[in-house]
Design a protein around this ligand. Structure first.
Ligand code: ADP
Ligand code: MG
Length: 291
């Protein structure tokens, strides 16, 4: 690889909003056999909206929502923002929560007005020994509609569940089919639940799905997928910095987080996924010129 052609290649890519932080990434990306994507904020907009709220008999929707929103207000997770916006849209005041702790890749806990609030994935409830009751079946229904279920427990007892829906980026399906035409295998890795992940993957045309993984588990999934060849991982950096680091080429999409930009080999300046195709095309063209 001549340094000059790599410089020209990275320079051209930069003009198109694709930043190669290392010249070697240009070479590695041109050999990619698999592209694995994070789901939330990468294949989806990362701006979910609350679509459903159900509470157990004896609880009031607004009381439960107010308590959850108080805890979520402390977090920057996209699901948190959706729940806080929904509470505000219903005219609720955001209460103050204390002792809020984020449980990465699972949810949050905190105290609001004398109640201990736990909110998050089914795996979190299982871990805490909380029986989901009828909400387990309800959540499966939501998940089949590509919605993400979030469970709420108050003082250790299930109190309700919320569904959030995150629109799929309009260019996602087209990108996946183009990668397929190039002979590249496409996978999706997510901390979201299996049913939701499958429903989203089906809409986009992705066949390989790894769901329900913790941030470190994303790195393990990548190590497994790497066995079939050079792998690029595309993520927004929220909970997927370990995956960006584990991939042969880590691609951070969108504004991302500072951590993502530091960990990534390639940064796509706009949130548009088409940058992934552009980056692969640029890398192939540069490498062909070199040979
Ligand atoms: P992804 O891998 O899709 O980007 P995350 O790893 O960030 O998702 O989160 C995995 C799951 O954990 C979410 O689908 C949700 O069920 C739960 N979760 C994480 N953070 C929160 C939060 N702040 N509030 C509610 N649920 C959360
Ligand atoms: Mg994400």
């Amino acid at each position: 690889a001549t340094p000059t052609s790599v410089m020209v290649g990275t320079g051209r890519a930069a003009e198109l909003g694709v930043l190669f932080r290392k010249g070697s990434a240009l070479q590695t990306l041109s050999q990619a056999k698999t592209v694995a994507f994070d789901k939330t904020g990468t294949l989806t907009e990362g701006r979910p909206e609350v679509t459903n709220l159900q509470v157990v008999e004896g609880q009031s929707e607004v009381d439960v929502l107010a308590k959850v929103a108080a805890v979520e207000a402390v977090s920057e997770h996209p699901i948190s923002a959706a729940i806080v916006r929904d509470a505000q849209a219903r005219g609720l005041d955001i209460l103050s929560a204390t002792d809020v702790a984020s449980i990465t890749g699972l949810g949050l806990r905190g105290r609001v007005g004398g109640s201990e609030v736990l909110v998050g994935a089914d795996r979190l409830m299982v871990r805490e020994g909380i029986d989901l009751g009828t909400f387990a079946a309800q959540a499966d229904e939501w998940a089949k509609e590509a919605k993400t279920p979030v469970f709420i427990a108050l003082d250790g007892v299930i109190a309700g569940a919320i569904a959030v829906a995150d629109p799929i980026k309009p260019e996602a399906a087209d990108l996946v089919s183009k990668l397929g035409e190039m002979g590249i295998q496409v996978a999706m890795i997510t901390g979201d639940t299996q049913h939701t992940a499958d429903a989203v993957a089906r809409k986009i045309g992705i066949q390989t799905v790894v769901a329900g993984v913790m941030p470190d588990g994303k790195a393990d999934a990548i190590a497994e997928l790497k066995k079939s060849g050079t792998l690029a991982f595309v993520g927004d950096g929220i909970n997927d910095a370990p995956a960006l680091a584990a991939a042969d080429v880590g691609v951070a999409v969108g504004t991302g987080t500072d951590v993502a930009i530091e960990t990534a080999d390639v940064v796509l300046m706009s949130g548009a996924l088409s940058g992934v195709l552009r980056a692969i095309e640029m890398s192939g063209r540069t490498m062909r010129n070199i040979r």
